[in-house]
Design a protein around this ligand. Structure first.
Ligand SMILES: [Zn+2]
Length: 280
């Protein structure tokens, strides 16, 4: 009996792949050659940790880590940073002096979590895994331009109705709109996340883009540009979903994709809470 139990325990243990093995399998499936430099690296934890379950998420916030650990998911696959900047620690204040950073690292260590970022290659995959998840969630697949997947032609709608629908569909607490108060549009562009003002302006310069839907941007870049375009009588509007809501469905899509080839590990999508709230 004891031998059988030991054998059972041994098979259970050996059946658990390590974080490194899981990541290698994902890299092999992406369909894009892996090149350096990339931000898609382990941010915390031991790569040799046996994996009991995988959580995909938009942002490995402390709250997400707590929920993943409670659910027995110890490999966190996060789209955005864990430690507060794109390059996570090589470009910002020393982490040794930061109490928030230290507490988060301690939680990861104590719960034997491994946090891996899956950003560059989830976007580089064709179709872009984030865009694909978002377009499906928004119900825009039928409006998508085949040659340029960021562009859409929708039945004519006011910017206000469009923004309201996006807000309702994606359950966003704080969505902001710039310009286009009385504008009716059919031509949209969607750039989730923070693609940067240059990418935003390239789209806004096109005649086939009236409303641009993005995650976020500093308020003195694309926002000022759309305000000026509106003041000049140009047919332009900007809808800011917020970064997390603008990409979140893309990481739910990632969980679905992982399940197609990671049959021996539990995979769950752990949603990241929208950070903003409005006073009543
Ligand atoms: Zn992204």
């Amino acid at each position: 009996m004891l031998i059988r139990l030991l054998l059972l325990a041994a098979t259970t243990l050996s059946a658990q792949p390590t974080a490194r093995e899981v990541i290698d399998r994902i890299r092999a499936q992406v369909g894009v050659p892996w090149t350096e430099p990339t931000v898609d690296t382990i941010k915390a934890g031991d790569p040799e940790t046996p994996i009991t379950g995988i959580a995909t998420t938009m942002m490995a916030t402390h709250d997400v880590l707590q929920r993943a650990a409670a659910a027995g998911l110890n490999l966190i696959i996060t789209h955005e940073p864990t430690f507060y900047s794109h390059l996570e620690g090589t470009d910002v204040l020393a982490k040794e002096q930061d109490p928030v950073w230290a507490a988060k690292e301690k939680f990861i260590r104590e719960h034997k979590l491994v946090v891996w970022r899956f950003h560059d290659y989830w976007h580089r995959r064709r179709p872009d895994g984030i865009l694909q998840g978002m377009v499906t969630a928004l119900g825009w697949t039928k409006y998508q331009n085949a040659a340029t997947p960021a562009l859409f032609t929708v039945p004519e709608t006011s910017v206000e109705t469009l923004a309201g629908r996006i807000r309702q569909t994606m359950k966003i607490r704080v969505l902001r709109v710039v310009g286009g108060q009385n504008l009716k549009v059919t031509k949209l562009a969607l750039l989730p996340g923070a693609s940067g003002a240059v990418a935003h302006r390239r789209l806004l310069q096109r005649d086939d883009v009236e409303a641009l839907v993005i995650g976020e941007v500093p308020e003195w870049e694309t926002i000022e540009y759309v305000l000026d375009a509106s003041a000049q009588g140009k047919r332009k509007a900007l809808i800011l979903m917020g970064h997390v809501p603008s990409e979140q469905a893309g990481m739910e899509n990632c969980a679905a994709w992982l399940k197609t080839f990671l049959q021996d590990v539990k995979v769950s999508f752990v949603p990241t809470a929208e950070p903003f709230w409005m006073p009543k």
